[in-house]
Design a protein around this ligand. Structure first.
Ligand SMILES: *Cc1c(COP(=O)(O)O)cnc(C)c1O
Length: 480
């Protein structure tokens, strides 16, 4: 017998485990003094690493040392209190510990039988979360529907499209592929790029996505234009299969009118998928649910606790009204996974709810977040983000060098310099390059705009004010 490798002893594991948690706590404490955006050039990080893996094992401490020396300078600090770019990707202490426990358990939850608790905890946590968001009962696991945790909203949208194709084709797509049936998918010009990618992955091709115009003022889907597009396509012999509604677009947080879209698709048998990746979690607050009005008519819904809601990436929660369409599209049963529980029909095998087979016990981190914050704690987090965004909007209104581009959407504020596009981009780049804060941009109706997304778990009003002062100084520099 060859020698066994030397695994850490339980005592070493405890010691290094404590050191790793200490490292994280120290890292967070140091963030305030670090530039938010990475300050390295391409290749800078690679150059600091040896060309090959060590032949002989090193102490774990050497890796922690390299985190400080090699990794931290090459990081953009997403947990920084002045990270306002894109959308937040909040971690939280509770979620990290939950994730760690999931790693320690190391179970595969591909089917119920491979670890029943992985499936059943996930079902209960998703039912809890659906209730906390005020989602319709139809999405709960005790009826025909149910929820599942996926890696990302992109995967959820892809999965929704596969289910939609299955339903619309009566199972034909599963057997023979999409063929040349003329399938059409609809989303607004502001729909997330994962919609086009889903059409590409499903074999429909990007031309199968028909983009629908938006109202220039609100950036929300023009529902009359959707109706006209679907009528025109149907008359031309094409087959509408899915409409993607954005409850909070990535660019400006625009809210498509779910109920109005539902009216258009209701009698056409078209799948209605609601992408609320960022804004959906705000529905933990009853006063921030209006953007989901009409969701009771949706066939599927996705939101990402891994953005705003304190659940370390990856955790994307996806619900369907009728799980049969999903499992019909994706179920597969190789001999080596045959088992009595599956055959009894009494259990859910999550393998049939997404593209991949293997799956982590992600529910623990969401369970840890829901239990330690409580729904009230999560509401407080969302409310503080929304209040800070209102504060930003007030600051914009009070300085005539700036103007709002769209109405604030929950915790996202989109504004620009009145001086013009070039000045807008230059002022933002100035702040980003200084490391004081990190903002990102978009274009709205062809004009440049700055996006300031509040909602990081570590952001205070002082951080927002400090960022605003940096922007004001930058505005002064670029206009003089
Ligand atoms: C962020 C975002 C996505 C993509 O989320 P992933 O989980 O990274 O795939 C999709 N749709 C909207 C509206 C988003 O804001």
């Amino acid at each position: 017998m060859p020698d066994q490798p030397s695994h850490m002893t339980p005592e070493e594991f405890r010691r290094h485990g404590h050191a790793a948690i200490d490292w994280i706590a120290d890292y967070w404490a140091s963030l305030d003094d670090l530039p938010v955006r990475a300050q390295v050039d391409p290749g800078d990080v690679r150059r600091l690493l040896p060309a090959s893996a060590p032949d002989v094992g090193e102490p774990f401490d050497a890796l922690l040392d390299d985190l400080d020396r090699v990794v931290v300078p090459g990081l953009t600090h997403w947990q920084h209190p002045r990270f306002f770019a894109y959308f937040p990707a909040n971690s939280s202490p509770a979620a990290i510990l939950g994730d760690l426990l999931s790693s320690g358990i190391g179970a595969q939850g591909m089917i119920w039988a491979t670890s029943p608790a992985v499936t059943e905890v996930e079902q209960v946590v998703l039912d809890w979360f659906a209730e906390a968001l005020g989602l319709p009962d139809a999405f709960r696991s005790d009826g025909a529907g149910g929820g599942v945790i996926q890696d990302t909203a992109s995967t959820a949208t892809f999965t929704a499209l596969l289910a939609a194709l299955h339903r619309a084709s009566g199972g034909d797509v599963r057997r023979h592929g999409v063929g040349g049936a003329g399938w059409r998918v609809y989303g607004s010009t502001q729909a997330h790029s994962s919609l086009v990618k889903a059409a590409m992955m499903a074999g429909l091709g990007e031309d199968a996505v028909r983009t629908v115009a938006v109202d220039p003022a609100t950036q929300a889907m023009d529902v009359d234009a959707l109706r006209a597009a679907m009528t025109e396509d149907t008359a031309a012999g094409l087959r509408p299969v899915m409409v993607h509604v954005a409850a909070g677009t990535t660019s400006t947080g625009a809210m498509d009118d779910i109920a109005a879209v539902a009216d258009v698709v209701r009698d056409r048998g078209v799948w209605l998928h609601v992408d609320a990746a960022w804004a959906g979690v705000a529905a933990v607050c009853p006063e921030h649910r209006s953007h989901l009005a009409g969701v009771e008519d949706a066939d599927s819904f996705v939101t990402n606790p891994h953005k705003w809601l304190l659940t370390t990436f990856d955790c994307s929660t996806f619900w369907v009204r009728d799980r049969a369409a999903l499992t019909g599209a994706l179920s597969i049963l190789p001999e080596y996974l045959r088992n009595a529980a599956t055959e009894s029909g009494e259990v859910v095998d999550y393998r049939d709810w997404h593209p991949q087979l293997g799956r982590r016990f992600r529910a623990i981190k969401l369970w840890a977040v829901l239990r330690t914050y409580g729904v009230e704690g999560l509401r407080a987090h969302v409310r503080s983000g929304v209040a800070l965004a209102e504060h930003v909007a007030d600051l914009v209104a009070a300085d005539d060098r700036f103007e709002m581009v769209t109405e604030p959407s929950l915790s996202l504020v989109v504004f620009r310099l009145t001086a013009g596009d070039e000045q807008t981009m230059a002022a933002m780049e100035d702040v980003n390059a200084s490391g004081e804060a990190y903002l990102s941009h978009t274009t709205v109706e062809g004009r440049a705009a700055i996006r300031l997304a509040v909602g990081s778990w570590r952001t205070t009003e002082a951080d927002v004010d400090r960022t605003w002062r940096a922007l004001q100084q930058a505005a002064g520099r670029v206009s003089s």
